[in-house]
Design a protein around this ligand. Sequence first.
Ligand SMILES: [Zn+2]
Length: 344
Amino acid sequence: MVSMNKIFSSVFSSVLLLGVFLIMQGCGDSKAPAEKEIIHTVTGPIGIEELGFTLTHEHAMSNFGLDISEAHQYDETELFSQVIPYLKKVKSLGVDTIFDCTSPYFGRRVDLLQQMADLTGLQIITNTGIYGAADNRYVPEYAFEASAVELASMWTKEFDEGIDGTDIKPGFVKLAFNEGTPSEIEKTLFEAGVLTHLQTGLTLAVHTGNNPEAVETQLRILEEHGVSPEAWVWVHAHWDADIDLLIETALKGAWISLDGANEGNIEEFLEYLERFRSENLLHRVLLSHDGDAYPAGGEIRPFDAIPKYLIPAMRERGFTDSEIDQIMIENPKKAFMPRIRRSE
Ligand SMILES: [Zn+2]
């Protein structure tokens, strides 16, 4: 009897364990769709809902201006003593997340960004890609020889495996166009971005500025690959004097990034926002500063004007809380939620 009891209890506990296992599996399955809606920050993946109040184009630091061979190096003591208090200050103004737009060859250092996020509690999202503006000075030699497919596989590898030997993954693709007619390398880099999007679902944030020809080229390449303009952010769109072109492009589904807000241009930004509101296009707008807490060791280029000045001014001009939340919270989630966006 004793041995029968033992057998019975061991069978019973196995069944019990199996039951618990199946229940846990069941829970896992029921959570699966929500769990997929994540974005990678430098301290790991978060649910897209956790982005909160988000600035989609800033720089925690950069070495823009330095030679490509030394742009990855920082005096870390000096860097942290300048950046950490500033990021804490930005966070205290209600900012939850920044998208760090410093590209690999002018100063992206994901290990340092990770420490900054740890020390400040600010969520930081980094990028993959190559910055093709500034007369190609931050395009490495190998990129001129590489095909779009080869470049896309390097960027996709950063998404799959991590950046620079870490397990830190990018949350978007950052690219850039010079002024004037897009060159071969700019087109190749952009095509590589589109191919990366098709493999990873990452959004393309592209420094474009006042360059209608580059806008046209990018929309054409997206179309050739069957990718919706919704996968693309027109970065520095406020450099464009032609607001009608911004509206027209937003109507195609593109994201319009008005990312140069500062204390001195609040009125100009209000005019853009009022026009987008009158066209029912606030759901296509991203707002940021293009600030830099450490521009190659120089003085901080602030990224606090939106919470400090622009939002209070928007309220005075009749923007509702839900319109403000749409721009600062909802739009960043929709724009950057990794998912493949095919054109219909
Ligand atoms: Zn920038």
